[in-house]
Design a binder for this molecule. Structure first.
Ligand SMILES: Cc1ncc(COP(=O)(O)O)c(C=O)c1O
Length: 417
């Protein structure tokens, strides 16, 4: 009997389990990376069948109001009709060609018109591509080596930044000096340590380390980063991969009044189509022409058409404000429920990128229990990672989610008192 036939016998009702068993034989560890459901409680599905708006269906046919948005990309909602129409139009013309389509120039113009610090852009596929290119441009432009990085910040999965260093070398992380996010004094100290060899400061849009209360960027910290770069000629790199286009369409530090020299975007830029962008100021234009960076699929026209449609619609809807309102409705509902059940929680992050943690919960046992109870009632939350709202999170979807979380809080109160 072949593997597929054997797993069919595992039962049509548990396609997820059957797929996991098949995967164990042909995929290392059964799954890799951030989407490995083994990092979550066992009740979480690994495999999904379809999605629409703010809803996602697992392969067992259960649907959830989704608060992960494919870990960020779905900013307008799954299968947004305007983005899908742009994709169909481009698909009829072509995607991978011998060179880019006109969409490339249109998109670079659109980014320059949308993001105040952006005079030029380079496109790639993943956030890691974009943050890595930013470092190369900074080093090519300054001729210097040292990069200041926040402790525990996530900038991607390349050898220089992966949080799991198996298979990497200490040399991959040479010339890195660490500071504490939002701590201007520690940034100054790291800059002093770099001396006259400082190429760049890289910072995420906000502090969003796993399992820790999220923090918006502190204005004084952002201004200090800008001042150090102005003083030394180093590049200020904003890693806007996770937050980009959710907090502000001009870049997430616009809210703090500080503009970077280089930014890395990906996730939400094309509503789920594979695209990343490095945006840069004129000062680093020449450096960006010197580095060689490319990829077989980096010039595909469909994701660029999707990005143009996504940015148009985010502007038309005022997406960040819409998501903020939806996130506030959710946050206020969650706070009222926690209080009414006598459960102590901490909510952090901007409303459109929320995190819910529980007091007296060092092993995140309560968080995980709460999320499983919500999952059973049709809401997909994450116990320790940034969550994401989309423009498809209507009042009705938020209210449906809140019905489920009320039951989940009742279960937490009953179990943990
Ligand atoms: C802040 C930040 N930078 C970089 C990355 C890496 O992006 P990607 O997974 O698309 O390579 C991520 C991904 O979660 C991220 O959140």
């Amino acid at each position: 009997m072949n593997v597929a036939a054997k797993t069919d016998q595992a039962g049509a009702n548990d396609r997820d389990r059957a797929l996991r068993e098949r995967a164990q034989r042909v995929i290392p560890g059964g799954m890799w990376g951030h989407m490995n459901a083994a990092r979550l409680p066992p009740e979480y599905p690994q495999y999904f069948a379809k999605a629409e708006g703010a809803r996602i269906w697992d392969v067992n046919g259960r649907d959830y109001v989704d608060f992960m948005c494919a870990w960020g990309p779905m900013v307008l909602g799954y299968r947004d009709p305007d983005v899908e129409a742009a994709v169909r139009t481009q698909s009829a013309l072509g995607d991978s060609l011998n060179g880019p389509s006109e969409r490339l120039v249109e998109l670079a113009e659109r980014l320059a018109g949308t993001i105040p610090h952006c005079d030029w852009s380079l496109l790639a596929k993943n956030g890691t591509d974009a943050t890595t290119i930013c470092l190369s441009v900074a080093r090519a432009g300054t001729g210097k080596r040292k990069v200041l990085i926040a402790h525990k910040a996530y900038h991607g999965a390349a050898p220089w930044c992966t949080p799991y260093p198996a298979g990497t070398l200490p040399e991959d992380r040479a010339h890195q000096i660490f500071y504490d996010y939002n701590d201007a004094a520690s940034l100054e100290q790291a800059a002093a340590e770099a001396g006259d060899d400082l190429a760049a400061i890289i910072a995420t849009a906000m502090r969003h380390d796993i399992g820790r209360d999220h923090e918006l960027v502190d204005r004084r910290f952002a201004e200090t980063a800008r001042a150090i770069c102005d003083r030394t000629g180093a590049a200020l790199i904003l890693d806007d991969v996770r937050a980009g286009f959710r907090l502000h369409l001009g870049g997430s530090w616009e809210r703090a009044g500080v503009r970077p020299d280089l930014s890395a975007f990906s996730k939400a830029i094309a509503n789920g189509y594979a695209l990343a962008a490095v945006t840069g100021a004129d000062r680093f234009r020449e450096a960006a022409t010197k580095i060689f960076t490319t990829g077989s699929f980096w010039f595909q026209a469909i994701p660029m058409a999707a990005a143009l449609a996504t940015l148009d619609k985010l502007h038309a809807l005022d997406g960040p404000a819409l998501m903020e309102r939806a996130g506030l409705r959710f946050r206020q509902g969650i706070q009222a429920q926690a209080q009414s059940h006598g459960v102590k929680i901490r909510q952090s992050g901007p409303p459109q990128m929320p995190l819910i943690l529980f007091e007296d919960d060092p092993e995140v046992t309560k968080s995980k229990f709460f999320c499983v109870e919500a999952l059973k009632r049709g809401v997909y939350l994450h116990p320790v990672h940034t969550m994401f709202l989309s423009c498809a999170h209507t009042d009705a979807e938020i209210d449906r989610a809140l019905e489920a979380t009320d039951g989940a809080f009742a279960a937490v109160a009953a179990k943990f008192g």
